[in-house]
Design a protein around this ligand. Structure first.
Ligand SMILES: [Zn+2]
Length: 91
C-alpha cells in the first residue's frame, strides 16, 4: 500500500458503505450514483449498458435520475444496476 501525499486533509468518511450517493452529469441529465459493495448485492440484475447480468456478489453501481422522469412518480422506480465499468463508459 503506497502512502499518498497529503496535500489536503481529508475528512474521513463514515464506514457505512453506500450511504452516500454522488451526482454525475451525463449527456441526458443528472444522475445519482451509489456504489454497491460486493457483499451488498443479493440478486442478479441486468446491466442496461451491455445487457449482461450483474452477478451476485459483484461490486457495481446503482443509478437513478436526480429528478424523476415525466410520467414517473418516483426516482426509486427508475433505479438501474450497472457494471461499474459500463456506467463509466456511458456518456
Ligand atoms: Zn454492463
Amino acid at each position: 500500500m503506497a502512502k499518498r501525499p497529503s496535500k489536503h486533509l481529508r475528512v474521513p468518511r463514515p464506514l457505512s458503505t453506500g450511504a452516500f450517493a454522488r451526482m454525475e452529469a451525463k449527456a441526458d441529465g443528472e444522475w445519482m450514483v451509489q456504489t454497491m459493495p460486493a457483499d451488498g448485492s443479493t440478486k442478479t440484475y441486468t446491466c442496461p449498458g451491455c445487457s449482461q447480468p450483474v452477478a451476485v456478489g459483484a461490486a457495481h453501481v446503482v443509478t437513478w435520475p436526480r429528478v424523476a422522469s415525466i410520467g414517473s412518480t418516483s426516482t426509486v422506480e427508475e433505479r438501474r444496476h450497472w457494471h461499474t465499468t459500463c456506467w463509466q463508459r456511458r456518456r
